[in-house]
Design a protein around this ligand. Sequence first.
Ligand code: MSS
Length: 366
Amino acid sequence: AGATKPLPAYAAWKDPSSLIVHSSNTIETRRSAFGTGVITPFGQLYVRNNLPAPDASILAERDAWQISIEGVKNPRQLTLGELKRMGIETTAMVLQCSGNGRSYFPDKPGGTPWQVGAAGCVLWSGVPVRWVVDALGGVDPGMAYLTGTGGEKLPDGIDPKSVIVERSVPASAMADAMLAWEMNGVPIPLAHGGPLRLVVPGYTGVNSVKYVKRLAFTARESDARIMTHGYRLSPPGGKGDPSQPSVQEMSVKSWINGPGTDGTRLKAADVQIHGVAFGGMHAVAKVEVSLDAGKTWQLARLAGPDLGRFAWRQFVFAARLPAGQFTLASRATDAVGNVQPEQRMENAGGYNNTSWADHAVKVSVA
Ligand code: MSS
């Protein structure tokens, strides 16, 4: 259910029945549309653009795309064709918008009212950032951040810093970051940042900069508005500013995707309750499921391949549900013992919602 608009042209190839189109720049996967395989297919993967997507002509000659690498011993401009000769690696990663789960905040913060579907698990192929850095002589001394700049055409007549998508993460994120040109085995579509995207595993989506045209090791965080004021964890009622923590690393989270999450009434029977769990920076150690809104918990089974600590795991819990109403919840624990909390951490932007209570789902059984 939920109001949905027509798909915008740059994402017209997506599967409308799997998606909730909030706006031309914000499209989410329906909870009931997530499958039980580990990788999220393109057709149903969410989209979030802060600026209109660039013209599709940037994909005409993918290998000619240029990126400037700065803050290294031998800074230079590289083409995608050159990057492809520097090495190839593949990583599975949860891509999740910082504001996923915002609709469950009671004060309805501004921003897209995402439910669970501003997330997916994607296979990226490209070259690890550290290999590129090694080839260019290493990071300059004193550089604390890795800053990626998006290649969108900026509107005329306004301060570029007020709109440009430029994000900084701690330089240590280089250990896992990648310059990716493929996603799920095909060249990255425009909607997801093709021809070239910076991907930062374990960090929220905004830090994985699409159409990346500059990758710089910098002494300071970017002074772009999206960094200084956007995506900050500010107290409820407040406004983002540089003194507050930026939305960066994700933490442990899970939710149930089915059955019955589309509101259809289930028949009393054995059901396989399934969902996804991820640890952000850490692997998932276990997932528990509750059939009674969190009063009692039982261990679920982790199913399917383990694609590494940045991917999500499918979990399955076989239950016999008699007729009635149930509030199903899931709670994940990561490999270092962090437990998904009952409560969200309140903040003005509606970011980082990992509350298991908020993500519980009511199903009815006939
Ligand atoms: N990049 C660029 N260049 N631009 C824009 O806008 N956005 C963000 C990221 N990146 C952007 C970029 C966000 S914000 C997100 S989430 C992501 O991206 C999404 O992705 P996809 O592919 O899904 O669309 Mo929130 O945190």
